[in-house]
Write a new protein. Structure first.
Length: 334
């Protein structure tokens, strides 16, 4: 019953629309719009068959720039071509067609002993991209002068500009390395003098739980070419655990006629160590040595802060417990 009512309502709506559009006023409007569009179409077809002139911008791409050289500052980045053709062809050029860059191979130009790209070479390259009906009227620049500035060479160290966010229970277990560790840079001599190192592009690594080996591009420096332009950065990451070691406090330069009593005489070193090196790490890898003169300087207070004087480079942020020790200096009466 409901389906029959919906069908009747739909038919009524369609009939109302038909009645509305078949009224005399709407008939006249639709006929007018039809002939207006027809006239517009004929006008466009007629105009598209006429010839017009437009300007097309073709990019210039310089390939194989020698490492030890850089192009002069004023070389062009595009060629402006003035062309003539029918309107429909020009619309295709303007709206739909993408033009390939004018490629200039600098190695070949240098090998042939030339110092410019000739007019004929530019014209030939441009004409290949246009249809046979298109007339190339003019283009600028007519020739492209190739001028080099000879660069100086310098070897500099590469630094990895990375931020590593580790998963809980993991740590960087060694030195972050860069391969190659040094690169050659090419620039004018006054620019080279101000550069002592280069950095990779800043990279953030999140939720790391294993060793990372990534290729990173180098940060660009204006007027400087780099060889190579990217390096491989290796970040050793391992699961870690806590290790506690007991370490004796050593006193250096203690005179024979003095006794020094420490409270406590030994301390505990707490550090995080990768599981693979847990057994390797022992108390012999750490050292606390305090000269006797420091005890003399703090004799009134009777206590002294304790710091590690040696620990493995691959151990970060070891903690000494307690941080201070108390002491008593006595004369040796023997």
């Amino acid at each position: 019953m409901m389906a029959r009512l919906d069908k009747q309502n739909l038919l009524k709506s369609i009939n109302r629309i038909k009645v509305f559009f078949f009224q005399q006023q709407w008939k006249e409007t639709l006929i007018f719009l039809f002939f207006l569009l027809l006239a517009l179409g004929f006008w466009l077809m007629q105009n598209m068959q006429q010839e017009y002139e437009i300007e097309i911008f073709i990019p210039v791409q310089y390939n194989n720039v020698p490492e030890e050289m850089v192009l002069a500052d004023m070389y062009p980045h595009e060629v402006v071509a003035k062309i003539r053709d029918k309107g429909n062809v020009l619309i295709n050029y303007t709206w739909f067609q993408s033009f390939n860059p004018l490629e200039i191979d600098l190695i070949n130009i240098r090998r042939e002993g030339n110092h410019q790209v000739a007019r004929r070479a530019i014209e030939t390259s441009l004409s290949r991209q246009f249809q046979p009906s298109t007339s190339l009227l003019d283009f600028e620049p007519q020739t492209i002068a190739i001028e080099y500035n000879v660069l100086q060479d310098k070897e500099v160290t590469v630094l990895a500009d990375v931020s590593v966010l580790l998963e809980p229970g993991y740590q960087i277990s060694g030195t972050i390395t860069v391969a190659p560790p040094k690169i050659h840079i090419y620039a004018k001599s006054h620019t080279l003098d101000s550069i002592t190192r280069v950095k990779t592009e800043y990279t953030e690594i999140r939720r790391a739980s294993q060793t990372q080996e990534i290729k990173l591009p180098l940060q660009k420096i204006a007027g400087v070419q780099m060889e190579p332009a990217e390096v491989t950065v290796t970040i050793p990451i391992e699961e870690f655990t806590e290790k506690r070691l007991t370490l004796a406090v050593e006193i250096t330069d203690l005179p024979d006629n003095y006794l020094l009593r420490l409270f406590p005489s030994s301390v505990e070193v707490v550090c995080n160590v990768s599981i693979s090196r847990f057994r390797e790490l022992t108390a012999h890898d750490f050292e606390i040595k305090i000269p006797f003169r420091e005890f003399e300087a703090n004799q009134t207070a009777g206590k002294l802060p304790v710091q590690l004087t040696k620990h493995p480079s691959w151990i970060t942020h070891p903690v000494v417990i307690p941080e201070t020790i108390e002491f008593i200096i006595e004369r040796n009466t023997r």
